[in-house]
Design a protein around this ligand. Structure first.
Ligand SMILES: [Zn+2]
Length: 365
């Protein structure tokens, strides 16, 4: 038991004894606690993914068991495994951490900035409520999954042990306000309290909220009562009063993950790959129905990535295609690369080949 908990227990028992002896009004003891020592610790949640069993099988292989990297402060663990998320704009975020244990439904938790990069309009939701939320493609080492719903921006929430909730006089699901000190200090509203016996008291925010207030893991913040402030309805100014936005061209990078390229190239089935082709291929994936999509993606999995010779991409018409990525360039250092209709040279590999002085010849027809 930590010192803080010990002090709370002692205070609680003293207050209880005093109230039993009629020396204080027992109803005021909780009120007193509400005003005091409401300092709690912060955990900043970086973008992450919870996976269901079915999706682990597709992304990492049948029966795959996730490896624990480290236990989290609250129940759960960070896994060694990461995935690439591809959005409808064909931009990707790589190395997104998987969190365990597996859940009944796959859930991707992003910050608003991540959503802007990926072009996903993800709603603010409490964890587990994914109906009608955002969609994306998840790419793993053994396959890809089209996730029709499951992308959310997690709401600000406060994990609380049952003992602490009782001490503070706070109930499960209650909304509280959290005050952050410092030069970027602010008060966060609409923080949902989630009480469970196995929780440790911890304020959870995403990286956008965390960065806005200069919060890091371990920052001490305070539960405050801002209920005296009148609630505001979200509003927009009249159109003539809206300041112009600066045009955004901050993310124009091509996908560089060979897994993404291999999956997408084989979806494109036989067409020499260019950024434009990749875009088309994925928009096809994203506009077909879910069942068709998972069929296509499973096929990619079994035909392409499970194969030992990862250079051979087999398409639906059973013609063998050769996919050349950066890691294959050494093999072509002497001979140069001849791109025919049966050879797919990834955009990154093309740039790298030119940089290394490897000759690239195009022969179509
Ligand atoms: Zn949490």
């Amino acid at each position: 038991m930590d010192t803080e908990q010990l002090i709370r227990d002692v205070v609680k028992n003293v207050l209880l004894k005093l109230s039993q002896e009629g020396l204080i009004d027992s109803s005021s003891s909780i009120k007193q606690n509400q005003g005091k020592d409401r300092k709690i610790v912060t955990g900043v949640s970086v973008r992450h993914i919870h996976l269901c069993r079915e999706h682990i099988d597709i992304l990492f292989g049948k029966g795959y068991i996730l490896n624990i990297l480290r236990e989290l402060y609250n129940p759960g663990y960070a896994c060694k495994e990461t995935l690439t998320i591809v959005g409808p704009k064909l931009t990707a975020i790589q190395n997104v951490r998987v969190l365990g244990p597996p859940r009944s439904k796959t859930q991707v938790e992003l910050a608003k900035t991540d959503c802007i990069i990926l072009g996903i309009d993800a709603p603010v939701r409490e964890s587990g409520n994914v109906a009608g939320s955002g969609s994306c493609v998840l790419v793993g080492p053994k396959g890809a999954v089209y996730l029709e719903e499951g992308v959310i921006r997690a709401n600000r929430h406060l994990h609380m042990s049952t003992a602490d909730a009782e001490f503070y006089g706070i109930k499960d699901n209650q909304l509280v306000d959290i005050r952050v000190p410092g030069p970027k200090g602010l008060t966060f509203n609409n923080v949902q309290v989630r009480v469970a016996p196995d929780f440790k008291t911890e304020f959870h925010v995403d990286t956008d909220d965390g960065n806005a207030a200069d919060l890091v893991n371990g920052s001490i913040v305070e539960i405050v009562d801002a209920s005296c402030i009148t609630a505001l309805e979200p509003q927009m100014a009249d159109s003539d009063k809206i300041p112009p936005t600066i045009p955004d061209a901050s993310f124009v990078g091509e996908i560089q993950d060979p897994n993404v390229l291999k999956n997408i190239c084989s979806i494109a089935a036989g067409v020499p790959v260019s950024t434009e082709n990749i875009k088309q291929a994925v928009s096809q994936v994203i506009t077909t129905t879910t069942t068709e999509k998972s069929k296509v993606l499973n096929k990619v999995d079994s035909n392409n990535l499970a194969s030992n010779d990862s250079n051979l991409v087999q398409n639906s018409s059973l013609t063998k295609k050769i996919l050349i990525t950066v890691s294959d360039l050494d093999k072509y250092a002497q001979t140069g690369i001849t791109v025919t209709k049966d050879v797919i040279l990834s955009p990154l590999a093309k740039d790298e080949a030119i940089k290394r002085g490897i000759k690239v010849i195009y022969e179509f027809n």
